[in-house]
Design a protein around this ligand. Structure first.
Ligand code: NAD
Length: 367
């Protein structure tokens, strides 16, 4: 492995050894200021697919840790989304507001191209469909481009739709009916995913309570739906009498304190990495809270951008995202049967598909 940054070879190999990654690539282009790390967790089910995060990491160590975690999570997400993709992710180190340029994005695109399709990139925090258009001028292995360029556009459309399907499944499992009608749902964060989730909930007849640190985001929702209740932050939201808590802001929403104080009986939201640490999934189960695993219910976005690789059809992608309902129900059933938390059941199901389906690639085809 060529390490062009300051990390010692030992740092990198100990990470890779720990997490079982297939390939970790450091990319550097001095003139454009590009420093990026592409991590491929596995390609058992097909080429690795996952977004590129553009973020001002405190250190290279932090960037490496993030990309290793994120790429592994993508392998599990893609497996349970039924996609023919392994798990990968990339990070560009820098402030997207200041450091992003055409040259940098195109240099990055060339590194993606150099992997020959082992890794396909898409949007993530700090990158947008317009950036994918620029990268795609250098690489065939870019998805999530703008609609004007034949792309799938904003992936939050099917992310929110998929979260709603997961929530319907949780309602079916807990209440015996696949609807949020008459339930009170607390949505934390009404950005791209959260505000679309609110639309689905209102259409289904739910009462909605929201909070967001961004006043404009709150006002946009209020303008469309004056009946939505607004509370002052997460503390007020989880303390309110709600049936469902939908974290749609940042990761780590479910920590010890939140779980202890929560009134909701279902947690189902779009945010990535909701469990603040290992063991929270058990605490949720012990408190009788049904947790719909984040990477299962928020896979609508990756389903949307994966579809673009076959010539985008919203109808086909949406029908695939509808299956999140069945997958979530299946996970709850396995969790009950095996006496484990749904997060554990989800991991087991993903590992089973990676192993069972991934194995067929070893059948000799003579080419
Ligand atoms: N966009 C997608 O397709 C997609 C796909 C999978 C997962 N996700 C995850 O879903 C989450 C939301 O993504 P998004 O695309 O809607 O991002 P976004 O930036 O559009 O929205 C996030 C919202 O959360 C708000 N927020 C931030 N901190 C908050 C806090 N402490 N309390 C309340 N609100 C807060 C922000 O003001 C913003 O309005 C992220 O965790 C993201 O990783 C998104």
């Amino acid at each position: 492995m060529t390490n062009v940054f300051g990390l010692s070879h030992k740092d990198v190999s100990s990470y890779s050894g720990q997490t079982g990654h297939e390939q970790v690539v450091f990319c550097s282009d001095e003139r454009s200021g590009l420093r990026a790390i592409i991590a491929i967790y596995n390609t058992l089910l097909g080429p690795a697919l996952g977004g590129t995060r553009f973020y001002p990491y405190e250190s290279e160590q932090a960037a490496l840790a993030d990309v290793l975690n994120l790429s592994r999570a993508m392998a599990y997400k893609n497996a349970l989304a039924g996609l023919d993709h392994g798990g990968g992710k990339a990070v560009i180190l820098g402030d997207p507001g200041q450091d992003k340029s055409e040259a940098l994005l195109r240099a990055y695109g060339r590194f993606v191209e150099s992997l020959g399709g082992r890794y396909i990139t898409a949007c993530d925090v700090g990158t947008y469909s317009e950036d994918m258009d620029v990268m795609a001028r250098e690489s065939r292995f870019v998805t999530g481009r703008t609609v004007a360029n034949g792309g799938a556009g904003d992936s939050s459309v099917l992310t929110a739709y998929g979260v709603f399907q997961g929530m319907r499944a949780a309602a079916e499992h807990l209440y015996g009916a696949p609807t949020l009608h008459g339930r009170r749902v607390g949505v934390e964060g009404v950005g791209k995913v959260g505000h679309r989730l609110v639309e689905h909930l209102i259409e289904d007849g739910a009462e909605v309570v929201i909070c967001d640190v961004n006043e404009r985001a709150v006002e946009t929702v209020k303008a469309r739906h004056p009946g939505v209740e607004v509370v002052d932050g997460k503390e007020a939201l989880i303390g309110a009498e709600i049936d469902v808590y939908a974290p749609c802001a940042l990761g780590g929403a479910l920590d010890d304190d939140t779980v202890a104080r929560m009134t909701a009986k279902i947690v189902c939201g779009g945010a990535n990495n909701q469990l603040a640490h290992l063991g929270v999934e058990k605490q949720l189960s012990e408190r009788g809270v049904l947790y719909a695993p984040d990477y299962v219910v928020n896979s609508g976005g990756v389903i949307q951008v994966a579809d673009e690789l076959h010539g985008f059809s919203m109808k086909r992608a949406r029908s695939r995202a509808t299956q999140i309902y069945d997958t979530t129900l299946k996970i709850f059933a396995i969790a009950d049967e095996d006496g484990v938390a749904p997060a554990v059941a989800a991991d087991r199901l993903a590992e089973r598909r990676m192993s069972d389906v991934g194995r067929v690639g070893s059948i000799w085809l003579g080419r």
